[in-house]
Design a protein around this ligand. Structure first.
Ligand SMILES: Nc1ncnc2c1ncn2[C@@H]1O[C@H](COP(=O)(O)OP(=O)(O)OP(=O)(O)O)[C@@H](O)[C@H]1O
Ligand SMILES: [Mg+2]
Length: 242
């Protein structure tokens, strides 16, 4: 990302953010409420068009490309508010994601419910939802729904995955489990991961790089130890909580 700017009615939500997400790295974007984290994600994933600046993916300018096209280019995401199909079963949710991503292929005669069965089962296994496959997604616990949402993002086979507060609303135990799961999956698949998170323990435990946003600007960016010691960060952010 280079010099990304987003202004809402004169209010600068993102004020010139430049950032690299090296392939295979795990990076956190942190900052107080309203710092611009979600807006920045929306600029990267094409849900918002920047007023200035650009986004490059593997050297290709993808600024302003529609979300579904970016998704096809390997940019996956989850949302701060959970985004699943609540009336479908857990299995059907993931299967629908595979279908939407890969289509029916040559299998024009096979009944839809048989398509991507093996892939769906394997993915449910890897996100720890195999034994809930038949349950209606809307009835899963909040943590379970977030887990499923991760599955939906993974079914789209992203290269880079943006997770906006993947543990929002989870208990401390659920949070720790979810983060371990996310870290394992990111490592196994060699994903580039960018996530936002309010739980500092989580952030400092799994991130290779931490970017601190404050009022739409990057005030620090570097390895956890460096960011933890940063004076500006302590003043505007960490100090406010600890
Ligand atoms: N569509 C919009 N129209 C107007 N203002 C907006 C819009 N989206 C975001 N904002 C404003 O931009 C600022 C940044 O919001 P954003 O949601 O990106 O923050 P955030 O860092 O994700 O916060 P949180 O930690 O609460 O999720 C906020 O002041 C917000 O009110
Ligand atoms: Mg947000």
């Amino acid at each position: 990302m280079r010099d990304l700017v987003k202004v809402f009615d004169g209010f600068v939500a993102v004020g010139g953010v430049s950032l690299d997400a090296p392939r295979g790295s795990i990076g956190a974007i942190i900052g107080p409420n309203g710092a611009g984290k979600t807006t920045l994600f929306n600029l990267i994933t094409g849900h918002l068009r920047p007023d200035r600046g650009h986004v490059k993916l593997n050297g290709r300018d993808v600024t302003g490309i529609a979300p579904h096209d970016l998704c096809r280019l390997g940019v996956g995401r989850s949302f701060q508010r959970t985004n699943i199909f609540p009336r479908l079963t857990v299995f059907e949710n993931v299967q629908a994601a595979f279908l939407s991503h890969r289509g029916r292929g040559w299998n024009l005669v096979a009944p839809v419910e048989r398509l991507y069965r093996a892939e769906t089962e394997a993915l449910l296994e890897s996100i720890g939802l195999a034994d809930r496959a038949g349950e209606i997604a809307g009835f899963l616990s909040h943590g379970g729904q977030k887990q499923l949402e991760l599955g939906l993002a993974l079914a789209l086979e992203p290269e880079i995955l943006l997770l906006d507060e993947p543990t929002a609303g989870m208990s401390a135990t659920e949070t720790r489990e979810a983060i371990r799961l996310i870290e394992r999956i990111a490592r196994e698949r060699g994903l580039t991961l960018l996530f936002t998170e309010h739980d500092m323990e989580v952030v400092f435990s799994i991130s290779e790089r931490i970017t601190v946003l404050h009022q739409g600007r990057v005030i620090a960016n570097g390895p956890p130890d460096e960011v933890r010691r940063d004076e500006a960060v302590r003043r505007v952010y960490l100090g406010e909580r600890h």
